[in-house]
Design a protein around this ligand. Structure first.
Ligand code: SR1
Ligand code: MG
Length: 402
């Protein structure tokens, strides 16, 4: 009989004891533990053996979310996260953390400690640059996304994955926070920067043509079981160092449109750009724009290569299909870059890249850039077929927001 036979929310000493009892860390060692979680949902403990230097991460899902005690979400998200990371390790080895084990009773998983990396959002807020990022993230996305579609997978095996990654509660968070509330504040949780209140009223709440496009995009998200997507691929879900990129935290994973992941990466690089603009760091801004361009162009290039190498479906090999399919993914990419830009600007879960801009006018300007670029992406989504096109929209928004 162990105290870990029944679920309870662990405190730091419990996590240390857990790591020892489950055999991940040596008994009798000089062990230390610290809670290092930084996300909106879970608890993350780093356990270190000070003698050997060995360390692991214990991540536990609580029944209520960290961001709001009123929001309750099934702890099954920890199983989803652990299983998908193991699947992704096969498709994109070295680009996700290694999972050592997970436990459906405690809703906890134990994984590789990546403390030698930095959380990408904070590194970008320090205006650090990562030359490998576009190459790594495009490899990660093409391999984890395209290889889990019906283009590549045997269709019954794919449907088994669709079943096992049904993730209704986390999807509901996205359906509400990303694809509904930013346009109407229906649940009264939006956070609008007062300086831009009239702008938000006009550009978001009052734009019926935009609402119609968002309705279409929302139903694409809910009904296009295209690939096993990460589902929350922002820069707080990525660890980086100069020679390594690791994507973690895929608890929002489900079978959805690939463009949701690619679009989230684009939007979050724009938040880094916003921060660079506010600080007047031209070199950093140039790197963010170049990285957006390269990410899209490398994604396209690798997508077509992997399609040729790995497609198994007879009809998918029809001449012209792969180009049509890629065009639809890029159109979705533009759409979901737009929805991420808008929801992080007026929704309840915002990003520090922008909220820490101390100067009121500079922050208001950054938020207007985000909304104008977003609307361009959403309203003209089929036109965004190259990296340059994605970057040009940001430059237009930067002019329009003045
Ligand atoms: C209630 S959770 C808020 C946000 O945090 C997660 O990282 C997702 O992005 C979610 O929308
Ligand atoms: Mg997260």
């Amino acid at each position: 009989m162990s105290r870990f036979d029944t679920y309870f929310l662990m405190k730091t000493p419990d996590a240390l004891e857990y790591a020892v009892e489950k055999g991940y860390m040596p008994a009798g060692g000089k062990l230390t533990a610290k809670e290092i979680g930084d996300g909106n949902l879970n608890y993350v403990f780093r356990i270190v053996d000070e003698d050997s230097g060995k360390s692991v991460i214990v991540k536990q899902a609580g029944e209520a979310l960290r961001i709001s005690a009123a929001m309750k979400v099934s702890t099954d998200r920890n199983r989803i996260e652990s299983e998908i990371l193991q699947i992704q390790w096969q498709y994109a080895p070295g680009l996700v953390p290694k999972i050592f084990g997970y436990d459906t009773v405690m809703s906890a998983c134990v994984m590789e400690d990546l403390s030698d990396h930095a959380l990408m959002r904070y590194a970008l807020m320090r205006h650090e640059t990562f030359p490998r990022f576009a190459d790594d993230i495009s490899t990660y996305m093409v391999n984890t996304l395209l290889k889990t579609t019906d283009v590549v997978m045997e269709h019954k095996a794919k449907k088994d994955l669709v079943k096992s990654f049904i993730n209704p509660e986390l999807c509901e968070i996205t359906e509400d926070l990303v694809l509904t509330e930013p346009y109407n504040d229906v649940n009264h949780r939006n956070i609008v920067f007062p300086t831009n209140a009239a702008f938000v009223q006009r550009e978001l709440y009052g734009d019926e043509a935009l609402h119609l496009e968002i309705a279409k995009i929302k139903f694409e998200f809910m009904n296009n079981a295209q690939a096993l997507i990460h589902g929350d691929l922002h820069t707080g879900s990525i660890f980086v160092k100069q020679d390594s990129t690791r994507v973690f935290d895929p608890e929002f994973a489900f079978y959805g449109p690939m463009g949701y992941d690619v679009g989230n990466v684009v939007a979050n690089l724009i938040f880094a750009y916003d921060n660079g603009v506010a600080a007047g760091n031209d070199a950093f801004c140039a790197w963010t724009l170049e990285t957006i361009e390269k990410t899209i162009d490398l994604f396209k290039e690798k997508f077509l290569l992997v399609f040729d190498e790995a497609a198994t479906d007879t009809m998918a090999k029809t001449k012209g299909f792969k180009e049509w399919y890629l065009a639809s993914v890029l159109s979705d990419t533009a759409a979901y870059a737009g929805t991420e830009l808008i929801r992080r600007t007026v929704g309840m879960a915002q990003v520090k890249d922008v909220t820490t801009i101390a100067d009121e006018q500079k922050r208001a300007y950054a938020e207007r850039v985000n909304v104008l670029a977003a609307k361009d992406y959403i309203m003209h989504r089929r036109d965004f077929t190259t990296g340059t096109a994605f970057v040009d929209a940001i430059k237009r928004a930067a002019q329009g927001a003045k």
